[in-house]
Design a protein around this ligand. Structure first.
Ligand code: HEM
Length: 398
């Protein structure tokens, strides 16, 4: 058929160019010999008692699924759901089909798939006994938030991350399918970074405003990382040791206004250069910003109202792991035709002490606020990893 004809001619064309490149005139079709292992085969190794998808270098694609448990759901229902979903996550992460997967072929290229589960405040309050309940406070109200219920708090969340969008779509469908008997999907939030391979490893991502975003962040190698990210079982329940908390903020960018601001203005808003991500007082991305430096008129080079001046930690505690993704969805109710922004994801051992003061400062003053608006917000307790043969959340529920 037409398909076979096309592939034959493609092969011939390919061999012709290979031949001319090597100077051979034989005209024979060389069979491919060595097939390099594809990045699609890569799996994420277990993280001890931590769920994957937190310290994992961010994969290219994200699907965040928020579920609300059915009205009459009991702790037994949630336990059954988590047992099923944990099993799916484990298999899919290894490149195997989920249980009763009708399309296991779609799981064959795990592409660093990770699934990270979390429980919302209502689940903790109603289904987790007080002695095992991690202390998760809902976020206070922030004056500039314009929260929409459709992006609000859910009972359960799965942060599904993968370098391949097809593998991700399949994993997402399997999880949603297996949760159906227990919970309704409240929202699905999709996000992305650069495709795998586009940038050399370790390059900081850019957000849709064009800024280098993620320069100053916690690194796993720092001694402070563990106490700032992982719950340790001394200040909280033992059953939650190795867990963490996730803050989700859906922040829309007003790109159709942002692109009217000149470059100097856009750099002043953040306090960093757009090209390199360097602070306005430095040369290179990772140079320390100098908040004291003044220009020849005596004005600070980095505006005290700029984003980095406002959100920089004022105590060693005010730090957390940012693991955000870009999002863009068609939206025909807006003149730009799109709803775009940042799915701001932050992991912290204690959001109330680490995240809230920073968000509060930002809410008071931050030049970035002229161009962004938070339309969704939620928090979750992310339990430790499933024990051997167990499921995520088991130590809290049983
Ligand atoms: C830094 C963008 C929201 C906390 C930065 C930087 C950019 C940026 C470009 C500088 C590069 C870097 O160090 O990563 C944005 C955009 C946002 C947003 C476009 C919304 C759409 C937030 C929110 C928070 C936050 C909601 C927390 C409340 C931080 C922190 C830093 C930072 C802690 C590092 C500051 C430092 O110590 O230098 N952000 N950000 N950002 N942002 Fe944001």
């Amino acid at each position: 058929g037409a398909g076979a004809g096309w592939s034959t001619s493609a092969l011939v064309a390919g061999s012709a160019s290979a031949d001319s490149a090597s100077g051979s005139a034989s005209g024979s079709v060389a069979a491919p010999t060595v097939i390099a292992p594809s990045p699609g085969a890569e799996t994420v190794p277990p993280e001890g008692n931590h769920q994957p998808g937190v310290v994992t270098p961010p994969q290219a694609h994200l699907a965040l699924v928020g579920w609300d448990l059915h009205e009459d759901a009991t702790v037994e229902h949630l336990a059954r759901m988590m047992r099923l979903l944990s099993d799916d996550a484990r298999r899919l992460g290894q490149g195997e089909g989920a249980l009763a997967d009708t399309e296991p072929e779609l799981a064959a290229h795990p592409s660093r798939l990770t699934v990270t589960f979390g429980f919302g405040p209502r689940v903790l309050r109603d289904l987790v006994p007080a002695s095992r309940r991690p202390a998760l406070a809902e976020l206070p109200e922030f004056s500039r938030d314009r929260l929409r219920p459709e992006w609000g708090q859910s009972d359960v969340v799965a942060q599904i991350c993968c370098d391949d969008p097809l593998t991700l779509a399949h994993a997402r469908r399997m999880l949603v399918k297996d949760a159906r008997a227990f919970a309704d999907v409240r929202w699905i939030q999709q996000g992305f970074r650069n495709a795998r391979g586009t940038l050399s490893q370790g390059t900081t991502m850019r957000n849709l405003m064009g800024q280098v975003d993620g320069t100053v962040n916690l690194a796993e190698a720092e001694p402070d990382f563990a106490p700032l990210v992982w719950a340790d079982g001394t200040s909280g329940p033992e059953a939650f040791a190795g867990g963490t908390f996730l803050v989700v903020r859906r922040i829309r960018m007003q790109l159709e206004r942002w692109d009217r601001v000149d470059r100097v203005g856009r750099e002043a808003v953040v306090g960093r250069r757009l090209d390199t991500g360097a602070p306005l007082t430095g040369e290179a991305e990772f140079d320390e910003p100098d908040f004291e430096a003044t220009d020849r008129f005596g004005f600070p080079v980095i505006d005290p109202a700029s984003h980095i001046a406002r959100v920089r930690h004022t105590t060693p505690e005010e730090r957390f792991l940012r693991r955000s993704y870009n999002y863009t969805e068609p939206d025909d109710t807006r003149s730009s035709g799109e709803d775009s922004g940042l799915l701001f994801l932050a992991f912290a051992a204690d959001p109330a002490r680490q995240f809230v003061p920073v968000q509060q400062r930002m809410d008071e003053v931050d030049r970035l606020n002229d161009w962004i608006v938070t339309i969704g917000s939620a928090v979750y307790a992310v339990p430790p990893a499933a024990a051997e043969g167990g499921y995520v959340g088991q130590a809290l529920l049983e």
